[in-house]
Design a binder for this molecule. Structure first.
Ligand code: NOJ
Ligand code: CA
Length: 561
């Protein structure tokens, strides 16, 4: 297929309408019965993914890897780990996804490789001034780039590690087994472009650029977000677009909005970037019954270039990062959501959405409504649509990466292998185990969380205001109620929610919409017409509404009794 025809099939700027389902091949579905999820299993589950109403899949790394960081430690960038199948299986998966109009975003673990990667093995053995050595960042001392923070503070004490074979220190922003590539070396940049073209030719639609602020380091700086790094990203985009104009770059940059925004450039850098600071503030807002945390961060979020889009999320495969909050706020969120200290990891919380919300359906729905209403393409983490739990006993972040719970069957219907052979154990406790929480039961239950998620995703898809619209906060006289309008032309949706656990009433400043009738989206009921400056609304605990502001519909007069 030519680039042009591919683009036509996808439509322009598809990333702005993306609803992304984020999953780990390893934990999704095991087709060959060896206990490890694979591409054949994932392909079989595409009908399920399509039925959710998402249109994009983001895959965790599936490349050959010793697996010491969930695959973010790659040894071969142009291959599929044999555990997950072959490159051919990957192509079959991509074709099947595209037939369903589902796009694929893959991980580009661009900042570092595994220390077992042949590049690193050659580099450490090569002469100090050789081409091979120059693939990585070396030093005779461990004092260079001293202004650079450590990210994995629970496991690393320095960004330098001594390599006895090379007789030098090598630089690593993450685990010591993940040496950073040297992007000041044009040969490394060429290698990267080759890798990207390889996967684009296999049909992928975009890349999540892992750890992208850390690509280049410089003395006397924090070695993050350097102009050199932005220049490199612009170069990658420009070069790739010559052959693959449809490619989408999604920046993983855990930064304040102002710095994260820089990854869009002037519309010539990344197409998307995660909005990291919004995420913990959604959890703060519901914990404090206050709209302030969300309003404040959204007000700090400057407009982005027209063709760009934020990616927003509640949970993902990592800890719920609290890097982008103050220390006081972090302590508050830790106390609130990770009273059990085993749930804390680095500067975050390694728990899934449903346990964080005490399995309270009202709060789980509320958080989803916010995720689907705020500006950006929402990213849903596999299993959260059925309210899966986590396993705090597992190491690192594995507790939030357990096998998908398909049915109340052996191994949760994930695999036929003996339970001891599973990549990670299935969750089996009474509250969150697969007997209580699984896809099959929820498919059969019209009121399940799964079916609710499907309904709201379908609703969202039928209103362009959510994906494309402007956002304006609306005044309320009750801080526990958050209210904003998303508007794209005539498609205007009032999103309003009670963030507290008690009933609330508020007056909402909707004078701009005098004469409009709010129509509730899920059931189509007309609410009283907006007549006065202040519009009164009442809410049950954690209740929310999506209300289409309809100019032409009247709620009708009351009959005389
Ligand atoms: C960010 C990824 O999301 C995380 O899982 C990984 O450990 C680090 N980058 C290092 O690659
Ligand atoms: Ca398998």
């Amino acid at each position: 297929m030519t680039a042009k025809s591919r683009n036509e099939r996808r439509g322009p700027l598809w990333h702005k309408d993306a609803v992304i389902y984020h999953l780990h091949v390893r934990s999704f579905s095991d087709a060959n019965g060896d206990g490890i999820g694979d591409f054949a299993g994932l392909t079989q589950k595409l009908d399920y993914i399509e039925s959710l109403g998402v249109n994009t899949i983001w895959l965790l790394p599936f490349y050959p890897s010793p697996g010491r960081d969930g695959g973010y430690d790659v040894t071969d960038y142009t291959n599929v780990s044999p555990e997950y199948g072959s490159v051919r299986d990957f192509e079959v998966f991509v074709t099947a996804a595209h037939q369903r109009n589902i796009r694929i975003i893959v991980e580009l673990v661009i900042n570092h490789t595994s220390d077992e990667h042949p590049w690193f093995q050659s580099a450490r053995r090569a002469r100090a001034d050789s081409k091979e050595r120059d693939y990585y960042v070396w030093s005779d001392t461990d004092e260079k780039f001293a202004g650079t923070r450590i990210i994995f503070i629970d496991s690393e004490t320095s960004n330098w590690s001594w390599d006895p074979v090379a007789g030098a220190y090598y630089w690593h922003r993450f685990y010591a087994h993940q040496p950073d590539l040297n992007f000041r070396n044009p040969i490394v940049v060429e290698e990267l472009l080759k890798i990207m073209r390889f996967w684009l030719d296999k049909g992928v639609d975009g890349f999540r650029l892992d750890a992208v602020p850390h690509l280049i380091e410089r003395e006397k700086t924090k070695s993050e977000n350097l102009p050199e790094t932005h220049a490199l990203l612009k170069h990658l985009r420009r070069t790739l677009e010559e052959t693959h104009p449809e490619v989408i770059l999604l920046a993983e940059a855990n930064l304040w909005p102002k710095e994260a925004r820089e990854y869009f450039g002037e519309g010539d850098e990344c197409h998307m970037a995660f909005h990291f600071p919004l995420m913990p503030r959604i959890f703060s807002a519901v914990a404090k019954a206050s709209s302030k945390p969300i309003k404040t961060i959204m007000r700090q979020t400057l407009p982005i270039p027209d063709d760009c889009q934020w990616a927003i999320f509640l949970r993902n495969h990592d800890e719920l990062t609290l890097e982008m909050v103050s220390e006081a706020e972090r302590n508050f969120l830790w106390e609130k959501y990770a009273a059990d200290k085993r749930a804390r990891l680095n500067l975050g919380i390694r728990r899934r959405l449903s346990p964080l919300m005490d399995q309270d359906r009202r709060r789980i729905e509320l958080l989803h409504m916010l995720l689907l209403s705020l500006p950006g393409s929402p990213v849903l983490y596999y299993g959260d649509e059925i309210g899966m739990g986590d396993n705090i006993e597992l190491g690192d972040r594995d507790g939030v990466r357990t096998p998908m719970q398909w049915a109340d069957e052996k191994n949760a219907g994930f695999s036929n292998a003996p339970p001891s052979a599973l990549a990670l154990p299935v969750i089996a406790n009474a509250q969150f185990g697969y007997a209580a929480i699984n896809v099959k039961d929820q498919e059969d239950d019209a009121h399940s969380l799964l079916n609710w998620v499907r309904q709201v995703l379908a609703l969202r898809a039928s209103h362009t205001a959510f994906a494309r619209g402007q956002m304006r906060f609306v005044k309320t006289d009750n801080d526990s109620v958050i209210a904003f309008v998303r508007a794209d032309g005539d498609d205007r949706i009032l999103c309003v929610a009670n963030l507290s656990n008690t009933a609330q009433a508020t007056q909402i400043g909707l004078s701009k919409f005098n004469g409009f009738t709010p129509v509730e989206l899920t059931g189509g009921a007309a609410f009283p017409i907006i007549e006065h400056k202040a519009y009164a609304m009442t809410f049950q605990p954690y209740a929310y509404f999506w209300l289409k502001l309809d100019k032409n519909r009247s709620a009708g007069d009351l009959d005389a009794e």
